[in-house]
Design a protein around this ligand. Sequence first.
Ligand code: NAP
Length: 250
Amino acid sequence: MAGLDRPARVLVAGASGVIGGALVAALDADPGVGTLLAVGGRAPPPLPRPDAPGRHALACDLTDPRALAGLADRAGTLSAGGLDLVINAAGLLHGPGIRPEKALAQVGLAALHQVFAVNAFAPVLLAQALLPLLRHGGPAVFASLSARVGSIGDNRLGGWYAYRAAKAAQNQFMRTFAIELRRANPAAACLLLHPGTVDTPLSRPFQSGVEPGRLFAPELAAGHLLAVIASATPADSGRFLAWDGQAIPW
Ligand SMILES: NC(=O)c1ccc[n+]([C@@H]2O[C@H](COP(=O)([O-])OP(=O)(O)OC[C@H]3O[C@@H](n4cnc5c(N)ncnc54)[C@H](OP(=O)(O)O)[C@@H]3O)[C@@H](O)[C@H]2O)c1
């Protein structure tokens, strides 16, 4: 990360997911990473080197404020009071009782609640819980995985009401957080990142229309995301960027 002059203290939420797991693997292999906290949702995720110093697997339901307070306490202890990089790779597109809607008639309140809870509310609650660990005055990045389909300006196909709207809401939450983060730590940046279409269980039912060469392996996607994060400066805070660093319209 630009300007960081000590071993990085990193937390990855959604580390039990495929992109989150690939991010953890890449960060674990980076000699510049001193502390790596891999946070799963339902259970602590497997670590590439569980016995290596500074590597810890935790679990936290990001929609539960009490669990988030516990996570912040534990992260503060394990990282000696500060984090240099937080990546939120949690998300929800489909699952039991949840399918992306093809038409308005399929929109349902229970699914709206769940999809908004994970894709929109969890990122802002995670930011709230971890802000005290980002106030240290040194370079810091809070990056949250959004999705291009959350772009209102880019919405030409329709459908996917809950997921699109929840990612758009996340974008507004994080844009607003970026302004507060700048006051709390002028050397920090908050980024919204679109990983591209990545071969994971989340995208698997919807991969048929993806152009050849545009379905990324998780390891490749993790490399893209870490490159965008590594080149980010505080001037980029509040931006919505694709895997190749290009800005996406709101
Ligand atoms: N794959 C793609 O093509 C694609 C494209 C655009 C954007 N994205 C975004 O990239 C991110 C990662 O996607 P992925 O494909 O890696 O998905 P994934 O493999 O399904 O992983 C999703 C992760 O979210 C976690 N999660 C869900 N609900 C949670 C909760 N309440 N509390 C804590 N964690 C929770 C899951 O943890 P548990 O299973 O342990 O609960 C899991 O670690 C998501 O935000 C997704 O929207 C993906």
